[in-house]
Design a protein. Structure first.
Length: 198
């Protein structure tokens, strides 16, 4: 056999929101064929969860000076792999990591500011995080940047939580994860509204 010398070069291709080719394949998080496959190491998903929101906010801050101005980030599209992973993972540690690194900080950042309410110690400590991810919060939409444009944080939060509820309701969702996702939805306050999901 003759050995072949092959050189592979990678050139990053920048794809803007809304252009063909966006979003890139997210199979790392959804672990094709299944996020519940225990043979697939979860370390990469943990790392992505840990840096995801911060890096997304950084990318949006860098693009603010671009001409023309960037389209809003479609958060549902960008979070869907994490929603699927949270629904279908077989380990509670993975679910807990996704919740603490992605869902909790994002939903807190999208929350409307608290006004004239008595604050507990926990709220005071967490209140400083409401200014987290300012570029992401100010330049985001739900799914279609061209049709929706920039959306208010409270509305976007409500829509994302509704999607979390819908994914938790799917038959593929593990029962233990379904309960955790419903608890997150209820904890976020949507479980008490008259506007609940059916």
């Amino acid at each position: 056999m003759h050995a072949m010398n092959t050189t592979i070069s990678f050139r990053p291709r920048v794809v803007r929101f809304g252009e063909p080719g966006f979003p890139p394949s997210c199979t790392v998080l959804t672990f094709k064929p299944s996020p519940s496959d225990i043979r697939v190491p979860t370390g990469l998903a943990y790392h992505l969860a840990d840096i995801y929101l911060e890096e997304l906010d950084k990318a949006l801050s860098n693009s603010l000076n671009a001409t023309p101005s960037p389209l809003p980030a479609p958060l549902y599209t960008l979070l869907k792999p994490f929603l699927i992973l949270a629904a279908q993972t077989s380990t509670s540690i993975t679910h807990k990591r996704i919740k603490s690194a992605v869902f909790d900080p994002l939903f807190l950042a999208l929350s409307p500011p608290m006004q004239d309410q008595p604050r507990s110690q926990k709220c005071i400590r967490l209140d400083s995080d409401t200014d987290a991810y300012p570029h992401l919060v100010s330049n985001a939409c739900y799914e279609d940047p061209n049709a929706e444009g920039k959306m208010a944080g409270a509305l976007l939060r409500k829509m994302l939580l509704r999607s979390l509820f819908e994914i938790a309701s799917q038959p593929e969702t593990r029962d233990s994860n379904r309960r955790k996702m419903y608890a997150l939805w209820k904890e976020a306050g949507l479980g008490d509204d008259g506007d609940d999901a059916e």
